[in-house]
Design a protein around this ligand. Sequence first.
Ligand SMILES: [Mn+2]
Length: 355
Amino acid sequence: MVQTPVQQLSEILSSVAGSSVLVLLQGHPDPDAIASALAHQRICLSFGVEATIAHVLPVSHRENRALIKVLGIELRQVSAASDLADFQYLSLVDAVACDGSIELPSTLQLLTVVDHHRSSVRPQARFVDVRTDYGSTCTMYAEYLQGGLSPLTGTVREDARVATALLFGIQTDTDDFSLASVVDFTAAAYLRGFADTDALRRIGRRMISADAMDVVGRALGNLTVARDFALAGVGHIAVGHRDAIAQAADYIVAREDLDTAIVFGIVGDRIDGSLRTNSPSVDPSALLESAFGTDSSGRPYGGGRADKGGFQIPLGVLAEGSDKAAVWRIAEEVVRMRLSKAIPELAKVFEKAKG
Ligand SMILES: [Mn+2]
């Protein structure tokens, strides 16, 4: 008989009772990953498996920090293989592979992988559940709970914490449910009954940090508008503030007469850009790929989904230039030139400006 994921996962976790699992979040941890890790930790605990949630890159978005703070979620920041020596098993949530930001001890075995992203990677783990038709990994964890793995009962405080985090994860990963499918709504309805709506409101309150506001200001001061398209370069941005670029694009695309905005800057050793669009006819990944093409291994510099996209272009040795203003001028010129090819109206505006 074919086992359900819930049966498989319980069997595997039972078999490693008493061991220590590392849930290593990839990239800058987002709510879907953080909340899924929290649910994973809860499920592990119910089988006598101790799970520690860790991350390498900082939690950089204000909302994500609010999620951690309001719900008191414990995350351990790790930076070296020696920090991971105590763990026997590795669990990945919202990712199928490690991004290489930390060297893993060779003794660490990949135990579980739960994700909803499309990927060509076939993870070698004892438990693999990847569902690309799901709007979030949190949806999958909500189903595990509802399906009998450490189900929510509403009798302990911990239930509200997990339900609130999962609900927030579904909400943010589906862009406030605009990209949600039936399974996401069903999971949200299940979680809603256990969630702390007051905490959810506090976490979700859209706030903008002082640094992000500074970046928005720079974007507005350097805005080029071509019909309903806007482009803004914001110069060098500290690595910890890279989310400000996306926030600036969100802010600008809200302008009534615009339907697409691209904001870009230099973050570390690369050009980093965000695209936001309300236009039904703009396909972010097609637009960014036609403008920026692919790298030497055929990977596009940019990608996206229905209403948002992003691009990262390594500066290579240029990044070492000591004249930061000059490096920025080159980067800005290249981005303007490439986008002008894909958007003829933009080319006209730049030509006019040159006089
Ligand atoms: Mn996700």
